[in-house]
Design a protein around this ligand. Structure first.
Ligand SMILES: *Cc1c(COP(=O)(O)O)cnc(C)c1O
Length: 372
């Protein structure tokens, strides 16, 4: 790809931070793990952080820590990353799919409230593409109905709702650090929570569920995992987190450049550039083709961009359409917005260091295919 879809920013100081760890004997469960966890907890404004090897692992531990029973229902948006459905199926829970708001692409308090049934125990909010969901309204509904609440903030590190950072609203919040995210650890994820018991249990679960506070011969009281993350990854994370504000500002500026360049293109729906109740943390710049177009039009433009060496992504496909569900889900109301957006969404190249000339090339190519 001449212009990639995403690209991490790796500075010499990042490389030095990683190499320094390699010169120590502490490659796993060492001081860099704790340092990264403390830095994330303090940044997000959540008392506890538990770092693991992926965002999906963090989501899995969060769901496990809710202690739900087989067949219990969890409300989720259908327009989401596949991990959201996978972890529920792994835990033998039943996803209840709801539609999204057409502007923010997020689950809403009203959709959650309408979807609640006798077996509903929890909801997962996804802050889609870094646009924060309306957490005050959502928390009011989940509190009133005594539902547990998990925030999948994997795309939204640094996003805010009325001055509070996302991830700290729910019973658990999670972030992911694959190289296409705002900051990367190579691979990695973190669970944040204000519940000391959940933080303690997540730490036990991430390393075989070996509970050192128990008698040596009987330390495994539940099924655990190997979800640890290496200290070299954590050192990279702490270095990147230290300049997150700079990164977020550069990404916002890039979004504004795209917004100005595509303003007059009638065939394109641009993402909202501001959020009335908070701050967007720009994960991706995702346009939609005009409402009258369909999947074939989007796929044609997507292929044309790829043919020109321009990275583009089709996310997300709806979750409720995935064969793996095999009927093991419930749907609440119409999922028409999800289906329409899934068919028309197109992620454009978006990374720190992208030049105005590169933005011009992407936009000129789009206008060439779609008309002015
Ligand atoms: C990236 C992401 C995850 C987790 O990703 P991993 O690849 O497991 O680190 C989870 N949810 C959403 C919405 C994501 O974008």
């Amino acid at each position: 790809m001449k212009i990639p879809l995403a690209k991490p920013q790796i500075l010499e100081s990042d490389i030095d931070a990683v190499v320094a760890v390699l010169r120590t004997p502490n490659l796993a469960l060492g001081p860099k793990l704790t340092e990264f966890e403390d830095a994330v907890a303090s940044y997000v404004g959540s008392p506890f952080a538990v770092a693991v090897n992926s965002g999906t692992s963090a989501l899995h531990l969060a769901v496990r820590c809710l202690d739900l029973k087989e067949g219990d229902e969890v409300i989720v948006p259908s327009f989401a990353f596949p991990a959201v459905a996978n972890v529920l199926l792994q835990e033998r829970l039943t996803p209840v799919f709801v539609d999204i708001d057409a502007t923010t692409l997020n689950i809403t308090a009203a959709a959650i409230e309408q979807a609640i049934g006798p077996k509903t125990r929890a909801a997962i909010v996804v802050h889609t593409f870094g646009h924060p969901a309306e957490m005050d309204a959502i928390c009011e509904v989940t509190r009133r109905h005594k539902l547990a609440l998990i925030e999948d903030a994997c795309e939204a590190l640094g996003a805010e709702v009325r001055g509070r950072r996302v991830g700290a609203f729910g019973d658990a919040g999670l972030f992911a650090f694959y190289p296409n995210k705002q900051i990367t650890l190579g691979e990695g994820g973190v669970l944040v929570t204000s519940d000391p018991a959940m933080a303690r249990r997540a730490k036990v679960l991430r390393s075989q569920a070996k509970d050192d506070s128990l008698d040596w011969a009987r330390q495994h009281v539940e099924v655990g995992y190997s979800y640890r993350i290496a200290d070299i990854n954590c050192a990279l994370g702490t270095a990147q987190l230290g300049r997150l504000e700079e990164i977020l500002q550069a990404r916002e500026q890039l979004a504004r450049t795209y917004d100005a360049r595509l303003r007059d293109c009638a065939g394109i729906v641009r993402p909202p550039i501001d959020c009335a109740y908070g701050r967007i943390s720009w994960f991706a710049y995702v346009i939609q083709l005009a409402p009258k177009s369909g999947r074939a039009d989007r796929d044609r433009v997507w292929q044309c961009l790829l043919d020109r060496g321009i990275g583009a992504g089709r996310y997300f496909a709806s979750l409720h359409g995935q064969p793996v569900l095999n009927g093991k889900y419930r749907q609440s109301g119409s999922l028409a917005i999800t289906e329409s957006v899934a068919a028309r969404a197109l992620a454009l190249p978006f990374f720190v260091g992208m030049t105005e000339a590169e933005v011009d090339e992407v936009c000129d190519t789009l206008v060439e295919f779609l008309g002015p």
